[in-house]
Design a protein around this ligand. Sequence first.
Ligand SMILES: [Zn+2]
Length: 238
Amino acid sequence: MESVDILSIAAHPDDIELTCAGTMIKMVDKGYTVGILDLTEGEMGTRGTPELRAKEAEGARIVIGAKFREHMNLGDSRLTASIENRMALAEKIRSARPRTVILPYWKGRHPDHYTAATLGYEACYAAGLKHLPVSGEPHRPKKILYASMYHDDRPSFLVDISPYFDRKLAAINCFASQFAGDLRDVTELYPAWGRLIDRITTQCKYFGHLMGVEYAEPFTVKEAMAVDDIVTLPVVSV
Ligand SMILES: [Zn+2]
């Protein structure tokens, strides 16, 4: 794995596109390097062949501008924060050496999502332990952000993605075959494509509205945020 500034870790291919792709594209535009690590192949909640899913994930990687995209095949819909998985993920983190890691939010309906948050946090910590019995130099990411688009909690901060929203949709669009094309086919697992795009657009607009821009993505952190200059703080008080 190449080293990157930001490593985005998620349970399923397309999670990153739905929750934080706009922010990743923006960071690439700023000159940072980003990588994507999908913990599973998404084999339970998606359609088509493994080859097709891999092709779609690679297409989205190119749209985002990520240096690499890997998947770990840890088992869609049966992801656990086991010691084995923690070690395997810690080795990947040592290899990518990110300063910032983006994880799924620690609350959610799909167990894989909140499990990935726990597993990701524990692996970030373990990766920094000198005597951990995995390969690579010890490395602990400085910052862990939780992409909290799926959950209705007040986020810690918002990222304006207005100029990048079309590219976020283009990245999601790479996974179009995974979603039901017509309304007769709508189930919990396969929302209709149009409905999904509607929902994402509405959510990004809502978070954009909170900060006075067109589209934004929300993030949550567990620690306090530091501010150096209270005069230039953005977002008008209400
Ligand atoms: Zn997911």
